[in-house]
Write a protein that binds this ligand. Sequence first.
Ligand SMILES: [Zn+2]
Length: 284
Amino acid sequence: MGNRKHLYIVGLLIMLTIILSGCLSNEDLSIHFIDVGQGDSILIVTPQGKSILIDGGEISEGDKVASYLRRNKIKKIDIMVGTHPHSDHIGGLIEVMNRFKVDKLFLPNKIHTTITYEKFLETATTQGLKITTPISGTSLSLEEDITLHFLSPLRDYGDDLNLWSIVLKLDYKNQSFLFTGDVEATGELDIINAYEKDFLTSNVLKVAHHGSNTSSTQEFLDIVKPQVAIISCGKNNAYSHPHQEVIDRLISSNIAIYRTDYQGTVLIKSDGSKVWSNTKPYYH
Ligand SMILES: [Zn+2]
């Protein structure tokens, strides 16, 4: 009897180990749309644990972003992207550069003259970080099944900083995620004209420019055809983002919408064949 009981316990322990290791092995891609008020900050963690940080909100949000990374056990940033030089995108990245090792830093080839931008460059230099200008139309293979494509900027946009936004598409198996920075209609049109329609189709769309009516044209939405859209903006912001017409366009296109201003940080996950979230969409 004693022996049998012993075998039973051993069997139970083996089963428990198998179940637990199954739960702990991270086969999923995680995309965190961190609530930074009026701004953008997106943390992507790949199934093998690589991290990509796209933007960091205003300089005042730096501590919040850095703490969020720590809480999520991020040890270093493999790829940091400042989509464009506006303070609500690059500001918080300064604190992150000060507190984390960053392997690669991408910024568009457009200078700006603000104190935040200068401080950003200074910090990158202090940390020994070389700034790389991505070449649109190229891609990086991060690990098996994960590819990061640089879609835009596609030409010289003069002083329209939003149009200089680095637009990224991440592919994980048969799921795609589009990160648009603050790109506006002209840039969206350039993207539509530069790439195959099928290539632009994405399951998840980070809505451009905080849901502003400068962006997210019907034509662009019809080609990207997302099932899920995330709007990153601050509650009662001075720009009235997101604009109602963009919300209407997304709803009439049957796209589930998340908003960081009402829902806080939004976590989207994917196993490469579907996407899901920790919360219900705000509009669906
Ligand atoms: Zn912005």
